[in-house]
Ligand binder design. Structure first.
Ligand code: B12
Ligand code: SF4
Length: 478
């Protein structure tokens, strides 16, 4: 007998570019506009379980406004809507929920992603969503859809692990957490075929060499303890995909989309030396350009050299601070000396180096923040990003600050949270000083003649020139 299958609309909510970039158009070109991989995984699991042709992804980041979304809702009466949401996109997820309630009142709404995972009961408290999925969603969504469709009469809602829902009496119920997925190779490859065409996306100019580029996750979970980082979705135990499984995904994207460049978005891509060497071998065979993120204590010269030889052009390190006292407070597990060493080795290996810093965490002073900029200037990486600190739910710092009496309302923070909005200031630093500091940090780093000259010397192709000018215009908001 044919099972009833609901139609499912998966939405990455509108993220107002105008709001983020303000008046300047130049910022748009440098935004990291990349697909919602989480929804692609949810979709592929549903397709595998009989929902092929019934699932659609609407990635509103690619220019779908609330008005457009509303007209989609008016035309398409989906049975179930799944929304993905981080903390910066939570306000937008709430607005999306309201539109669904208005234009598709019969649809069940499921919310998932980092924000719903970190604060599931709070998320449900807005009365807009029927279910919140906590953590990895691949197995949960299948069980939940089976429940909604009535195809699994043996499993009660309360038996589905990793969800929050309202029972008949309106009481919010949280089921036991779902164990993390052991075998990542068993997850079907992400359903990129449901996304808008690759031309609708663009990586930030600092992080690609050739287009099209895809981003890919080859592992989950990070064992480090950084207090500002939210690991609620994938946990603290490192799990990895096999090289064969990774290459299957890459080969599929080469065949379907002509992919030339790969960004490994893993938290710590180089954690397993043996696997890294195998990946390098495979990437070299395919003559692909690639880049990755990792931690400074997880690289050595031999690895970096091998990466370079196999097509890697860039490595991004989360350096965070130029002050050992702050690195300790952040529980980063690294020192300024290790940071210096890794940057030097990566440069020596011929790699382009990107460094991320975080300023304004508890314990930071103007002096320690200045040490961070001094460190960046001294080490002279190819790119430096000074991130403003936000206490994201799911992080140790968020919990610590809440317990000290701080209150953070993320339901009204809009997409600016990622950019200009300041949620926390360390004692002794005011908002004006902080904003001025950030502005000057970028200018000090990027406006050095030595820096500009080096970037110009590195121009090899028209693509390089375009990337550099886009980045330059954006930094100085021209
Ligand atoms: C790639 C990435 C980006 C990309 C965006 C990619 C995109 N379009 O989605 C870029 C670089 C643009 C970016 C930007 C930012 N990011 Co970011 N990013 C990541 C990263 C490294 C990987 C995301 C990813 O693809 N994961 C893989 C997929 C499979 O996981 P997933 O999306 O979580 O989905 C799973 C579950 O959450 C769940 N799920 C998700 N959605 C749904 C929906 C339904 C219906 C269901 C059932 C389940 C479900 O099931 C999925 C499969 O298991 C994560 C860290 C990480 N390890 O995940 C940070 C992370 C998501 N980013 C984070 C942050 C803070 C930011 C920024 C604010 C950057 C900054 N200035 O610090 C901005 C905000 C942008 C925004 N709009 O939210 C935080 C979010 C914390 C929070 N509480 O919100 C994370 C968790 C990093 C961290 N460890 O702190 N980011
Ligand atoms: S910041 Fe990086 S190293 Fe630290 S816990 Fe997060 S993912 Fe792991």
């Amino acid at each position: 007998m044919d099972k009833k299958r609901s139609t499912v609309l998966l939405i990455s909510p509108p993220f107002d570019e105008e709001e983020i970039v303000g008046e300047t158009k130049s910022m748009k070109k440098v935004m990291n506009l990349i697909p919602p991989l989480g929804l692609c995984y949810i979709a592929s699991c549903l397709e595998k379980k009989g929902y092929r042709g019934k699932v659609r992804i609407i990635d509103c980041q690619t220019g779908v406004s609330f008005e457009k979304l509303q007209s989609i809702f008016e035309k398409e009466k989906a049975d179930v809507v799944g929304i993905t949401c981080t903390t910066p996109s939570f306000e937008s997820a709430l607005q999306t929920g309201k539109k669904i309630k208005e234009y598709m009142p019969k649809a069940a709404i499921i919310i998932g992603g980092p924000h719903a995972t970190a604060l599931p009961e709070y998320t449900m408290g807005f009365g807009l969503f029927d279910y919140a999925v906590i953590g990895e969603g691949e197995e949960t969504i299948v069980e939940l859809m089976n429940y909604i469709d009535g195809s699994n009469t043996h499993q009660k809602l309360s038996e589905i692990k990793g969800i929050v829902y309202k029972d008949k009496n309106g009481k919010i119920v949280k089921t036991p957490l779902r164990p993390f997925i052991k075998d990542l190779n068993a997850i079907p490859l992400p359903a990129r075929h449901l996304l808008p065409p690759p031309s609708e996306y663009h990586p930030t100019p600092a992080s690609y060499r050739k287009l099209p580029q895809i981003h890919i996750m080859t592992s989950r979970g990070c064992p480090s303890q950084c207090t500002f980082c939210d690991r609620a979705v994938f946990g603290t135990r490192y799990r990895e995909r096999s090289v064969k499984n990774i290459m299957k995904e890459i080969d599929e994207t080469i065949k379907k989309y002509g992919v030339k460049d790969v960004k490994f978005f893993d938290d710590t891509f180089t954690i397993n030396r043996k696997r890294l060497f195998e990946i390098c071998k495979e990437m070299k065979k395919r003559n692909l350009k690639w880049c990755c993120l990792t931690k400074v204590n997880l690289v050595d010269y031999e690895m970096l050299r091998m990466m370079k030889k196999s097509g890697c052009y860039q490595v991004l390190f989360g350096i965070e601070s130029g002050d050992d006292r702050i690195l300790k407070l952040l529980k980063k597990g690294t020192t300024v000396e290790q940071n210096e060493r890794a940057i030097r080795l990566a440069k020596k290996a011929g790699l382009n180096v990107r460094c991320d810093f975080i300023v304004g965490t508890p314990g930071q002073t103007m002096e320690s923040m200045q040490k961070t900029v001094d460190f960046a200037v001294k080490m002279n990486p190819d790119f430096a990003h000074f991130n403003k600190f936000t206490p994201y739910p799911g992080t140790e710092m968020y919990k610590a600050l809440e317990s000290q009496g701080y209150k953070f309302d993320f339901s009204k923070t809009h997409s600016q949270l990622d950019h200009s909005m300041v949620m926390y200031l360390p004692p002794g630093i005011n908002k004006e000083e902080y904003s001025k500091f950030l502005d000057e940090a970028f200018k000090r780093f990027y406006l050095r003649p030595r820096y500009i000259l080096r970037q110009i010397m590195q121009i090899r192709t028209l693509q390089d020139l375009k990337r550099l000018t886009d980045g330059f215009f954006a930094i100085f908001k021209l």
